[in-house]
Design a protein around this ligand. Structure first.
Ligand code: FNR
Length: 383
């Protein structure tokens, strides 16, 4: 067993143990992948400010997200097909999050259904919704999330139309994988994954099964999305969903100060500054560079969360220092899950918490909630 000291170690194991088409599905961005790359390289441009000879005892990474206490302000973001990275992936990730006391958001496009995850966890999780045209289906899935006692609805606004990821098309992504010769050759060395998948029957999209007839391969998934997802989504429809849901609402995918102002006026409990991990609008600014503009536009009128590009505790610290109240991770936890299942997700959370804790201390901060712009050196032209 290799010694795991950082998320890159888990990424290497994820790559070695998971079918190539699913690893590529996670580790890709849309079109030229420019925004996907800049999400991480822009974090590297921001520098942390070291302080010495200050009391760094009794530190705490504890905070809260939409009023819920958390061990650190880092949630597991909704990731479609999580259950294909590892058998029962959504359940395992939800359990790791529950033990660690951070939020887990279940994707509409998950393999394990809302009911599957609810049956195997005790703490409430959040549910991420894509807005579909079919009103009956929409009302039904919101009712299912309510029945499962979900703690918040994460309404994703930036995928009403699907950005193209070349690798998925080239790999002929299917769930479960179609057993072509290249796929079988790939799987021959990935016995762990195969054994895991043999033990599970959850290989379909658990939340949309029945509604999504014949959705298995990429092209049918793309045409299904085009057919079902509401490309006329507007703020009136978002208001109707808010009323149907009636609980805490997080609006995800805000990348424009004007949209952030509207979301704040609208009364969302939080917004997530996110470009969907560089998977949608290629050519958009990285989320970390957009963050200060959103903070300037809405201040503390709405809780500001951020994701896209976070790969370490230092990145979390930088996002908080630039004004995010909390952060979310996508690929970072997926690497842990693909590498080692629940233990891998726990390892990711532990790594991030330790990195955050040590870096915070070296910046002279004892409480994560005290982190601010004074902890940063922002390069010219960043904002
Ligand atoms: C996502 N993301 C996503 N978001 C969402 O609201 N619903 C979804 O089903 C998915 N599916 C999905 C699949 C995969 C493979 C990835 C990598 C991402 C976006 C996700 O919630 C989050 O915004 C990004 O992952 C954040 O970027 P990082 O942390 O991966 O860089």
């Amino acid at each position: 067993m290799p010694i795991i000291t950082c998320i890159d170690d888990l990424k290497a194991l994820h790559r070695a143990r998971t079918p190539r088409m699913f690893y590529d599905y996670a580790e890709s961005g849309s079109y030229t992948e420019q925004t996907f790359r800049e999400n991480t390289t822009d974090f590297a441009r921001l520098k942390l400010r070291q302080k010495v000879a200050v009391d760094m005892s009794n530190r705490s990474t504890a905070s809260e997200m939409v009023g819920l206490p958390v061990a650190m302000p880092v949630g597991l973001a909704p990731v479609g097909l999580t259950g294909m990275q590892h058998a029962d992936g959504e359940i395992l990730a939800a359990r790791a999050a529950e033990r660690f006391n951070v939020p887990f958001a279940l994707s509409t496009m998950s393999i394990c259904s809302i009911e599957d995850v609810a049956a195997h966890t005790t703490a409430p999780f959040m549910f991420q919704l894509y807005v579909m045209k079919d009103q009956e289906f929409l009302a039904g899935i919101i009712d299912r999330a309510k029945a499962a006692n979900c703690s918040a609805l994460v309404l994703t606004l930036d995928l009403q139309i699907l950005g193209q990821r070349h690798k998925d098309l080239k790999n002929g992504l299917t769930a479960p994988p179609r057993l072509t010769l290249p796929v079988m050759m790939d799987l021959a060395t990935k016995w762990r994954w195969g054994m895991g998948m043999l033990r599970t029957r959850r290989r379909q999209f658990g939340n949309i099964v029945g509604h999504a007839k014949g959705v298995g391969d990429t092209s049918s998934l793309m045409s299904w999305t085009a057919e079902q997802f509401d490309d006329r989504l507007d703020w009136d429809k978002i208001a109707r969903i808010r009323d149907m849901w009636g609980g805490k609402l997080i609006l995800k995918g805000i990348m424009d100060p004007e949209d952030a102002r509207i979301a704040a006026d609208f009364g969302a409990d939080a917004i997530v500054v996110s470009n969907h991990g560089g998977r949608q609008l290629d050519g958009a600014l990285s989320a970390i560079r957009m963050l200060p503009h959103i903070v300037e536009a809405v201040g503390d009128r709405v809780e500001i969360h951020m994701d896209s590009g976070i790969r370490s505790g230092q990145d979390v610290l930088k996002a908080l220092a630039l004004g995010a109240h909390a952060t979310w991770i996508g690929r970072a936890f997926i690497h842990g899950l693909g590498a080692m299942g629940e233990a891998g997700v726990t390892a990711v959370l532990e790594l991030i918490r330790k990195e955050l804790d040590v870096s915070m201390a070296l910046c002279g901060e004892r409480k994560v909630t005290d982190v601010g712009r004074h902890n940063l050196l922002i390069p010219q032209g960043f904002e």
